[in-house]
Design a protein around this ligand. Structure first.
Ligand SMILES: O=C(O)CCC(=O)C(=O)O
Length: 306
């Protein structure tokens, strides 16, 4: 069961203008620099065995958990498409098919996203799945595959793209449209326990960092028959909860329907800053943390503490 959203007018403080410059930044005078921390909150229902399944597989399909948030989040996505951030990256395929829009770190300025971070069951749910006393917000990511786009999301792990290390992590990829099996993101169950961090690359295949000690991701498509791939059709409000190290990817959207995904990323008590020796995706240019230091900074507020 999720906490029913209140009308936005009641809960929306004055919108905060985006900080200047690109990158995930917190404006000095943002009234929500350190937002209030929840300690009691209506919990989302989990089925028996869900937490153990999440920890073993690194992927868990949640049915209807965020159904109450679909309309507000769709409104937030429309607001974002009308006014993207400097981090917006839209892939426009050379074959002339529809675009694949992505943007990051907009939760402080898009009221519907901000409300989701603070009022939805995501934070306490993240803490339970991660086995952490706290749920610290890492960032939000909007991924819209317009009908017909030929752009797949290549197989990858998220963790090496990020300036964070640790084992307590979860992303919630929330479907804002019905998504058919052949369009939905897919996950290699158990890959978060392979003990490897694979080289992060851009969509064109070039490495994200000039020098890195990462090994290349194996050819997942070639090994499909030997792996347990999780991918299920989704209804609006369903979510995919997955670990930052779980290998995943998504097909193109050959369907006639939009595929809007809203992802929020969370970390737990063991999160530390990882200096990757290059600009991470997304970038957090104002961070002044030492490699291995606890991930404590205004960019990453603790939203929930048990
Ligand atoms: O939406 C997609 O196509 C991929 C999602 C993804 O890679 C993510 O949320 O980390």
């Amino acid at each position: 069961m999720s906490a029913a959203p209140r009308p936005l007018r009641d809960r929306t403080p004055t919108p905060v203008p985006p900080p200047k410059g690109s990158g995930c930044r917190v404006a000095k005078h943002d009234p929500l620099r350190q937002p209030p921390i929840m300690s009691s909150h209506r919990q989302a229902a989990l089925a028996p065995g869900d937490v153990e399944r999440y920890r073993a597989d690194g992927i868990l399909v949640l049915r209807g958990t965020f159904a109450d948030w679909v309309e507000p989040l769709r409104a937030g996505v429309e607001r974002l498409l009308a006014e993207p951030s400097p981090l917006e990256r839209t892939y426009r395929p050379a074959d002339g098919s529809a675009p694949f829009f992505q943007d990051f770190c907009n939760w402080r300025r898009i009221p519907e996203f901000r409300a989701f971070v603070h009022e939805s069951p995501a934070a306490p749910l993240a803490a339970r799945l991660m086995g952490s006393r706290t749920a610290r917000f890492f960032h939000d990511h909007v991924l819209v595959k317009e009908p017909g786009t030929s752009v797949p999301t290549p197989w990858h792990q998220d963790q090496p793209y990020y300036c964070v290390d640790g084992d307590q992590s979860v992303s919630f990829w929330i479907a804002l449209d019905a998504v058919a099996r052949d369009t939905v993101p897919e996950y290699v169950a158990g890959s978060h326990r392979w003990g490897k961090d694979f080289r992060p690359t851009r969509f064109d295949g070039t490495p994200l960092y000039a020098q890195d000690g990462f090994e290349a991701l194996p050819d997942i498509e070639a090994q499909r028959a030997h792996l347990r791939i999780v991918g299920e059709a989704l209804a609006p409000g369903d979510a995919l909860a997955f670990h930052f190290r779980t290998v995943h990817g998504a097909p193109a959207n050959r369907s006639a329907a939009r595929r809007r995904g809203f992802s929020t990323r969370w970390v737990g008590d063991d999160a530390v800053y990882a200096d990757r020796g290059g600009t991470t995706s997304p970038p957090f240019p104002d961070l002044k943390l030492a490699h291995g230091a606890p991930l404590e900074a205004p960019e990453f507020p603790v939203v929930y503490r048990a």
